[in-house]
Design a protein around this ligand. Structure first.
Ligand code: NAD
Length: 500
């Protein structure tokens, strides 16, 4: 690989230095963008510049797609066990570099180190699990009549485009790359430009894992430029998009022009439900994890907290305990010992969170805790909860995507279900109760792709994840993820009576 496209970066506090790739990764090589344009990567922890990265535009998309198209012709017919080996090796290499990659993710995204470590574990297990599926992508044998032999094959689609957001940069890469290449597709991925460092670092490991050139191409660029060119490229047969519901709608519209297959993982405003028979200590932890894990920059964040209020004493005492626990959360530099919540990732997102907090205060919502920025450098926000919030409040209805939750009381199961489902989104949900009957009854009625009972944000590589309603189309992880990357071919052979 060319040595031109590297920068030496140093982590704060731990003072460790490493070599960060900064080029476009096409055909297993680092290359400069055709336009010669670069963009600045800054750290949300310090607001200081980290490095310049090559900015992919339309011409670079063309080169990357042609590379992936050429690679597909061979990769499609490679023994599945070879594809499996590449994925296993990639998982192993990421595991060997796990600590460093987690640090890169924290530096670039601002997330607390324990959050980045959580991501890395899922990344490794997801890629490994996809390797395990590579040689099990079987079709069916279908019995129709004595004169035919009929079977189906689950064939790859071709070149797939992937566009990812900035909250889980490497995890979103893993969720797309794993199933995509396991079944014989090739890919061109555009990470969110705010957080490209971990993706580019892992490119070196992709090459080392033995993936042939052109199978995986990673090209940072803007949504409107590079992203748009990916959506419009005729050789791209499928788009796997994760991001906001607004951009998701654009993706779907653009893909209609060439009938690309589309999967969308979009926004959320998930209900996290607390019954008065819950294990209070555990539930407080799950409510905190639900809304403050990853600084609240989680698509399935439990941002609407419904607390049973038939018994006011329970409601008030739960709120008091929640407030105490939240005020013990350490917010700060991700590299500092004991930090639970790091910095918000981008200046725009930080401002949006502060605007929502202001809107809450301006409309007279009651503040349980938080409601302010911390310090003047870096995008740090106090964990914030408003309570007794009306169902129709802007803060109840809109995705804030930051450490801001709303608490709403409920007094009956019917009222709860109606309110919990009163949202355009349907991604995650949580139920906290010791009564299994109540848990199952409510879970059957929630309009959400995931229901976590007495737990929250409890992702597993074998469990499908995705949205109901405007939270998306398709599923990632689990066996369902592969369905998004294959098309079924039916082969029917007419049998003649043999003559000898
Ligand atoms: P975003 O929609 O602004 O951007 C996502 C990606 O789309 C980025 O790479 C961006 O550059 C690209 N993009 C933007 N405009 C584009 C265009 N016109 N054409 C093509 N590409 C374009 O989202 P974000 O702010 O990066 O991420 C936050 C959002 O992602 C939240 O809404 C969150 O809920 C959602 N999200 C969902 C999931 C899930 O699994 N459901 C997971 C993570 C994040």
């Amino acid at each position: 690989m060319s040595s031109n496209h590297f920068a030496s970066l140093t982590f704060p506090i731990i003072n460790k230095t490493y070599e960060q790739p900064t080029g476009l990764f096409i055909n297993n090589e680092w290359v400069a963008s055709k336009s010669g344009k670069t963009f600045e990567v800054t750290s949300p922890i310090t607001e200081e510049k980290l490095c310049d990265v090559q900015l992919a535009g339309e011409e670079d998309v063309e080169i990357a797609v042609q590379a992936a198209y050429k690679a597909f012709k061979t990769w499609k017919f490679v023994e599945p066990s070879v594809r499996a080996k590449c994925l296993f090796k990639l998982a192993d290499l990421i595991e060997e570099n796990k600590e460093l990659i987690a640090q890169i993710e924290s530096l670039d995204n601002g997330k607390a180190l324990h959050c980045a470590q959580f991501d890395l574990n899922l990344v490794i297990e997801c890629i490994r699990s996809c390797g395990g599926y590579a040689d099990k992508n079987d079709g069916r044998s279908i019995v129709t009549d004595a004169n035919h032999m009929t079977y189906t094959k689950r064939e790859p689609l071709g070149v797939c485009g992937a566009i990812t957001p900035w909250n889980f940069p490497l995890l979103m890469l893993a969720w797309k790359l794993g199933p995509c290449v396991a079944v014989g597709n090739t890919m061109v991925l555009k990470p969110a430009s705010a957080t490209v460092l971990s993706n580019l670092f892992v490119c070196q490991l992709i090459k080392e894992a033995g993936f042939p050139e052109g199978v995986i191409n990673i090209i940072p660029g803007s949504g409107r430029g590079c992203g748009n060119s990916i959506l419009n490229h005729p050789l791209i047969k499928k788009i796997s998009f994760t991001g906001s519901t607004g951009v998701g709608k654009t993706v779907m519209t653009q893909c209609a022009n060439s009938i690309k297959k589309v999967t969308l993982e979009l926004g959320g405003k998930s209900p996290n439900i607390v019954f008065d028979d819950c294990n209070v200590e555990e539930t407080i932890k799950n409510v905190i994890k639900g809304i403050f894990f990853n600084g609240g920059e989680v698509c399935c964040a439990g941002s609407r907290i419904y607390i049973q209020a038939t018994n006011e004493e329970f409601y008030n005492s739960f709120l008091a305990k929640l407030k105490t626990a939240i005020e013990e959360i350490k917010v700060g530099n991700p590299f500092e010992e004991g930090v639970y919540q790091g910095a918000q990732t981008t200046p725009d997102q930080f401002q949006e969170v502060m605007d929502y907090i202001k809107a809450g205060k301006d409309t007279g919502l009651k503040l349980l805790t938080g409601g302010e920025r911390i310090g003047t450098k870096g995008y740090f926000v106090k964990p914030t909860i408003f309570y007794d919030v009306p169902q129709n409040s802007k803060l109840t209805q809109e995705e804030i995507f930051g450490p801001v939750g709303v608490v709403l009381p409920f007094k009956s199961i019917d009222e709860l279900i109606e309110k919990a489902n009163d949202s355009d989104f349907g991604l995650g949900s949580g139920i906290h109760t010791e009564d299994l009957n109540k848990a199952i009854y409510v879970s059957d009625r929630l309009e959400a792709g995931s229901v976590w009972i007495n737990t929250y944000n409890d992702l597993h590589q074998n469990v499908p994840f995705g949205g109901y309603k405007q939270s998306g189309i398709g599923r990632e992880m689990g066996i369902e993820a592969f369905d998004n990357f294959v098309q079924t071919k039916a082969i029917r052979y007419k049998i003649r009576v043999p003559q000898i």
